[in-house]
Design a protein around this ligand. Structure first.
Ligand SMILES: Nc1ccn([C@@H]2O[C@H](COP(=O)(O)OP(=O)(O)OP(=O)(O)O)[C@@H](O)[C@H]2O)c(=O)n1
Ligand SMILES: C[C@](O)(CO)[C@H](O)COP(=O)(O)O
Length: 394
């Protein structure tokens, strides 16, 4: 990685109260587009995504880079203060210098405005679409490292998987294109700073990506493997896909008790617990005993019908969450050792919906045993899963 050797001069960053970190890498996040094809009332970057916005999720990846970069967010002109307010705390928490500037009427113009904000010390510039919020931080790291190592433009790309045809304005197929030489371009696209700046200064046309603009200046650009998650949110189905992937990512992330309290719907954490269901014995000693859905030969029936006992056991047995580990748990059947001696132990069960479960979640034990299953040996309690209701509903 290229490193800066002297202190950075004052730049626009200072205008936002920031300080320039000892970094030579900048990421320009272009977020000033309106998202016409998405058709949402908000500009695309400010459209909600998960508990955040499209831009917020994109920034999380940038702020997750191995080396903290200098960040320029290019925002819709009429939402500058909003974007500044949303980004400031996030950047401060990551100890990253971040500035927000107004975009232009084309993507190219927006990138150009972002370039104007770079501190002198920056040597490698990555340009990223906010509209690709799920591009992993690792892609940013790889692109930045490749630019520094090769000293040329680096673009992440994916092979084209469909057959591609050239079609005329009337819908007539003209030819099938050899896709072995085609790749779909993503962002972040990275360049040595002087290459990108001089290409932008000399740009004679409008290009859809920075690689095309740089190539038009006669500078070579290399492709590195892209990432399917770096797809661009363009139309509504892309947004649904992003929502789905983000929810999966949140659900599979390492459990964080604080996060689970904040987002109980995502708290798919099995719990360990012990359930106790206490019944008095019936007076008619000849009736068979069914308890916990199991037949107890030689024991007298408990008060209430067998069905009632089974259904209570299945649907209402409370369990004690005993979180031996945050990720695995089961609810064991009650060790009613004294039941055969007709002494039912009493206890004060603590329901699962206590402070150790996510807010709003309570738990029930669901028996996987059948009512006609083998007699249960009290000495070897069966283990049954115990699910927080919020996750069982998902
Ligand atoms: N004047 C513009 C146009 C686009 N972009 C940004 O460039 C990226 C790629 O653009 P695209 O997905 O095409 O976004 P929009 O122009 O917003 O979409 P549309 O063409 O559907 O209006 C987006 O992150 C977008 O915010 C920008 O900063 N300034
Ligand atoms: C830069 C880009 O994301 C690369 O694929 C793309 O060219 C910009 O989006 P557009 O929708 O093609 O304008």
């Amino acid at each position: 990685m290229l490193r800066r050797s002297s202190a950075a001069p004052p730049t626009a960053a200072a205008a936002y109260g920031g300080h320039v970190n000892d970094t030579t890498v900048a990421v320009i996040v272009v977020a000033a587009g309106s998202g016409t094809r998405l058709g949402h009332p908000e500009p695309k970057a400010l459209v909600p995504l998960g508990d955040d916005t499209v831009l917020g999720v994109a920034l999380d990846a940038v702020l997750g880079m191995r080396e903290a970069p200098f960040v320029v967010v290019v925002a819709p002109t009429d939402r500058l203060e909003d974007v500044r307010a949303r980004s400031a705390a996030r950047a401060a928490a990551a100890s990253v210098d971040l500035v927000v500037v107004a975009g232009g009427s084309t993507r190219q113009e927006s990138v150009s405005r972002g370039l104007a904000e770079l501190p002198r010390a920056i040597e490698v510039v990555l340009v990223h679409d906010a509209a690709r919020p799920l591009a992993p931080a690792a892609v940013f790291d790889e692109v930045a490292a490749a630019v520094a190592a090769r000293g040329r433009g680096i673009v992440p790309g994916l092979p084209v998987v469909d057959t591609v045809k050239r079609v005329d304005g009337e819908g007539h197929v003209l030819e099938t294109v050899d896709r072995s030489e085609l790749a779909a371009m993503q962002t972040p696209q990275g360049f040595p700073r002087e290459v990108l700046e001089s290409a932008y200064q000399g740009a004679g046309a409008d290009f859809t990506d920075d690689a095309a603009l740089v190539a038009s200046a006669g500078v070579a650009v290399d492709v590195v493997p892209g990432d399917a998650r770096a797809f661009k949110i363009t139309v509504p189905s892309d947004l649904h896909r992003a929502e789905h992937l983000l929810a999966e990512r949140v659900a599979s992330a390492a459990p964080d008790p604080a996060a689970h309290r904040a987002h109980p719907a995502h708290a798919a954490v099995p719990r360990v617990g012990t359930g106790i269901d206490v019944h008095a014995f019936a007076d008619d000693g000849d009736a068979p005993l069914w308890l916990a859905g199991l037949h107890w030969p030689g024991s007298a029936r408990s008060r209430g019908t067998a069905t009632a006992t089974r259904s209570r056991t299945r649907s209402a047995t409370r369990c004690w969450p005993r979180p031996v580990s945050a990720t695995s748990a089961a609810c064991s059947a009650p060790p009613i050792r004294g039941s055969r001696a007709r002494t039912a132990r009493s206890s004060s069960p603590r329901p699962c919906g206590d402070s150790r479960l996510p807010d709003g979640a309570s738990a029930t034990c669901r028996s996987r045993s059948s009512a006609t299953g083998p007699s249960w040996r009290p000495a070897a309690p069966r283990r049954r899963p115990c699910w927080p209701e919020s996750s069982a509903r998902r």
